[in-house]
Write a protein that binds this ligand. Structure first.
Ligand code: SF4
Ligand code: SF4
Length: 118
C-alpha cells in the first residue's frame, strides 16, 4: 500500500508518459508512409500506377479523367509513386483516418482529359 502511494504521488509531479490522442497527435517521422495522394493536375491518366499496383487498388479511367484508389486495399508499398512518370503521386507522412474526408480517394479532372497522355 505504501509502495503504491509513493508511486501515485511521484507520478502526480511528473509529466504524463502518454499523449491525449486524438486531441494531441505525435508528429510523424519523415520516413513515415501514411497515405497516398495524387496531384490530379499533373496526372496524365496513363494507367502506369494501376498496372504496377500489387494490390490492384488503383483504377484509372482515362476517357473520363477519373483516378481513384481504395485505401483499405493499399499496402502503402510506394511502387506506384516510384513508377508514376509525372511524379503526381506521393506518400504523405500522415495516416489517413477512415472518417477523414480531407484525403480524397476519388479524383476527377474533366478539362484537358481529352489531351491526357497525348
Ligand atoms: S502513373 Fe501517375 S500520371 Fe499515370 S495515371 Fe497514375 S498517377 Fe496519373
Ligand atoms: S502504394 Fe502500393 S499498394 Fe498502394 S496504391 Fe500504390 S502501388 Fe498500390
Amino acid at each position: 500500500m505504501l509502495d503504491m502511494l509513493k508511486s501515485v504521488f511521484s507520478n502526480l509531479s511528473k509529466k504524463p508518459a502518454t499523449r491525449m490522442y486524438p486531441f494531441v497527435e505525435r508528429k510523424p517521422f519523415d520516413i513515415n508512409r501514411g497515405h497516398l495522394e495524387n496531384d490530379i493536375e499533373k496526372c496524365i491518366f496513363c494507367g502506369m500506377c494501376q498496372r504496377v499496383c500489387p494490390s490492384n487498388c488503383i483504377k484509372v479511367d482515362r476517357k473520363n479523367g477519373v483516378w481513384e484508389y481504395d485505401p483499405f486495399e493499399c499496402v502503402i508499398c510506394g511502387v506506384c509513386v516510384e513508377k508514376c512518370p509525372k511524379k503526381s503521386l506521393r506518400l504523405d507522412t500522415h495516416y489517413r483516418s477512415c472518417t477523414d474526408k480531407k484525403y480524397d480517394v476519388h479524383l476527377e479532372r474533366h478539362e484537358d482529359s481529352e489531351k491526357a497522355g497525348a
